[in-house]
Design a protein around this ligand. Structure first.
Ligand code: ZN
Length: 358
């Protein structure tokens, strides 16, 4: 079956599977990881494990020959993806407001904007660039838009970018601390910092007139988190983020990652996945006996701790992997590493399992 998207182009899942997944998405994510695509030291991949098939619901529309897909979110709000990363833009009567500039999408950001602006007879000039958070994998294309663009971000984003001193990510010109409503070209955008989560500076970008929330690196729609709970710096803050996201009115979620937009149902499934994993970790803290590990390794305390915590992590993750395989992509790939991060947070932040010497 072939269907067309809101811009009238075919979106055929088989095309995506044949072309994007192999040709575009893989190099994009490899580049994001700092990979050398045609390096001299080809790794031996024999003996690597097999993983469960990706549920078709995790995949998005096909990317084009240049390696991107641009689609309408609602009215004049659009999203761009390379299958792994996402940005968004709003066309206004005064120019274009861009939200994030992942380097993997790079020059395809302007191509996507040109395509939409050309089709609709509006300006393709990016006048504003809003930063979701300071990470290079979401902002490393910022400098492509030159010096005349007004960059807007959280005060902490500015502080972190001054620290990082990366010419690819110019610091924001305009900052805010708690909330800021932008009025640009007749459009309304609500920015909010609702506490730390993935990073100290990660913000909620709400489009009240477009039924959309952009919240990056929390829920990656259709997929379990990236390694070690998305590398979230504040674990309790990140666990709390989906409820804060769901408190906003919206229909569409731009998560910053992977090939499709998210729904409220996706956010709720993700929230339940994390809750299930926390339940599993608490059960592991109560039920996995450390004694055999310490008996086995004697004076080598780190060996005993490592194997004891690995057993706890397997105990916590096992039922969750079974429940979510076929529901969230890569449940069998990264759930254990996320369980380990949650285990440490529940132990150290919440104090669960701590015992005072009698
Ligand atoms: Zn990030």
């Amino acid at each position: 079956m072939s269907v067309t998207d809101s811009l009238g182009r075919p979106t055929d899942r088989r095309t995506f599977l044949a072309r994007s997944a192999k040709a575009a998405a893989v190099p994009a994510v490899a580049a994001a990881l700092g990979g050398v695509l045609a390096g001299p030291a080809a790794a031996d991949t024999t003996g690597l494990p097999d993983y469960a098939p990706i549920p078709p619901s995790a995949l998005g529309p096909a990317v084009n020959a240049q390696g991107y897909h641009v689609g309408r979110v609602e009215r004049n709000l659009y999203w761009v993806t390379d299958g792994t990363y996402q940005a968004a833009f709003l066309t206004t009567k005064d120019g274009v407001v861009l939200f994030d500039a992942p380097p993997t999408i790079g020059h395809n950001l302007q191509r996507a904007i040109d395509e939409v602006a050309g089709a609709n007879g509006v300006s393709n000039k990016v006048t504003h660039l809003v930063y979701s958070h300071h990470h290079a994998d979401h902002l490393g294309g910022s400098s492509l838009f030159g010096r005349d663009v007004e960059r807007i971000g959280h005060a902490e984003t500015r502080a972190l970018l001054l620290r990082d001193n990366d010419p690819a990510r110019p610091v924001p010109d305009t900052t805010f601390t708690d909330r800021r409503t932008l009025h640009i070209g007749g459009e309304r955008i609500e920015l909010a910092h609702l506490g730390t989560n993935h990073t100290p500076d990660n913000i909620y970008i709400h489009f009240p007139d477009h039924g959309t929330l952009m919240l990056v690196d929390i829920n990656l729609p259709g997929w379990v988190p990236f390694d070690s709970f998305n590398l979230n710096e504040d674990v309790p803050g990140s666990v709390a983020a989906p409820a804060k996201a769901l408190a906003y009115p919206w229909t569409h979620h731009i998560g910053g990652h992977m090939g499709r937009l998210g729904t409220r149902e996706d956010m709720a499934v993700y929230q339940q996945y994390v809750a299930d994993l926390i339940d599993g970790v608490k059960a592991a803290l109560a039920n996995v006996d450390p004694a055999p590990f310490f008996a086995r390794y004697g004076d080598n305390e780190w060996a005993a701790v490592k194997e004891y915590q690995a057993a706890q992590t397997r105990y916590a993750a096992g039922p969750v992997v079974r429940k979510y395989t076929g529901v969230l992509a890569a449940a069998d790939v990264y759930t254990e590493s996320t369980a380990f991060v949650l285990l440490e947070s529940i132990r150290l932040d919440l104090g669960v399992g701590s015992q005072v010497h009698p």
